[in-house]
Design a binder for this molecule. Structure first.
Ligand SMILES: *[C@@H]1O[C@H](CO)[C@@H](O)[C@H](O)[C@H]1NC(C)=O
Ligand SMILES: *[C@@H]1O[C@H](CO)[C@@H](O)[C@H](O)[C@H]1NC(C)=O
Length: 289
């Protein structure tokens, strides 16, 4: 099943422009559970492959207590001062403080948010954003970034889009201010054209939509991907029904985990990533490290 065909306008409609903007810290948190012993919580269901969690959120620093509570998991926080790094060479002092707090934890990795507008944005502006993030470390090591989260990555193939993403990847890899090993995330939000493979992403968000779409078509689209690459795939599912019982939730997570390693779910039905849903801590607690 071709998710892109079912969601033809998604690239243009999937969320409003203010989605990632704002003065708060936007976090995409990748929690790496090296071996998820879901067998412990699912004694009769067997053990799905190990999972991670990817979390796109607007959060204030005090909401990052989850990092403290789960030192056994790896978190990757994507910082986004202003739909990108902002116009200055450094973010404001509140933002710097927040980044410094995240960066204190050895289980945290920091990525800078850069929009590519489906490879239609001026590449000079994209490169500028990357270099601003890379430059933060020269001003204060506590601000050093581990990589870049490329939002609005293209999913429809064209030679220009391919060249654009490759060039952007080269710029990231060549940016000396970013910590090694660098992580590059592409977020097309749907399964991209296979020809984008090799354009530099370590992780690709291959589904970002609501629960009903996941059930209707997303799951099948993602299941068609190469199972041996699941560690390079991420899934983000919002509007998850609050009525799921814990067994259903675990089955849902196990089904996601069977096709992709980096997962995020939220029951939020609007402003999906601006807050932790009420059951967020339940969700994270259910992921053993
Ligand atoms: C570096 O950043 C951290 C965290 O924001 C801050 O506490 C520290 O004072 C900064 N150091 C300098 C030299 O600015
Ligand atoms: C991302 O991929 C590049 C190229 O394959 C690799 O050198 C780098 O180590 C990867 N990053 C991480 C964090 O594994």
């Amino acid at each position: 099943m071709n998710l892109e065909k079912l969601l033809p306008k998604r690239g243009f409609q999937r969320r409003p422009m203010w989605f990632w903007s704002g003065v708060t810290v936007v976090a995409v948190i990748i929690i790496t559970a090296i071996a998820v012993p879901l067998g412990i919580v699912l004694p009769k269901r067997g053990k799905p492959p190990s999972a991670s969690i990817i979390l796109p959120l607007y959060i204030y620093p005090h909401d990052i207590t989850i990092v403290e509570s789960r030192k056994d998991l790896k978190f990757t926080v994507v910082v986004n001062p202003s739909s990108g790094p902002g116009s200055e060479s450094l973010p404001d002092s509140h933002y710097r403080e927040a980044i410094g707090q995240f960066g204190k934890y050895p289980n945290v990795e920091l990525l800078g948010y850069v929009r590519t507008s489906y490879a239609k944005r001026s590449i000079e502006d994209v490169i500028r954003d990357i270099n601003v993030y890379a430059g933060w470390s020269s001003q204060n090591m506590s601000l050093s970034m581990n990589g870049i989260f490329l939002d609005e990555a293209p999913h429809q193939y064209s030679h220009d889009a391919d060249s654009f993403m490759r060039k952007v990847g080269q710029e990231i890899n060549g940016a000396t201010g970013l910590r090694e090993p660098k992580t590059i995330v592409h977020n097309p939000g749907v399964v991209p054209d296979a020809r984008f493979h090799g354009t530099g992403a370590n992780i690709t968000v291959v589904f970002e939509h609501d629960y009903d779409s996941w059930r209707a078509s997303g799951q099948a689209a993602v299941a068609a991907l190469a199972p041996n690459k699941r560690d390079t795939y991420s899934l983000i599912v919002h509007s998850v029904p609050q009525t799921l019982n814990s067994g259903e939730l675990q089955d849902f997570l196990a089904s996601m985990s069977s096709v992709a390693q980096h997962l995020y779910i939220t029951t939020n039905r609007a402003d999906y990533y601006e807050s932790f849903a009420d059951d967020w801590s339940q969700f994270v607690s259910a992921v053993p490290g």
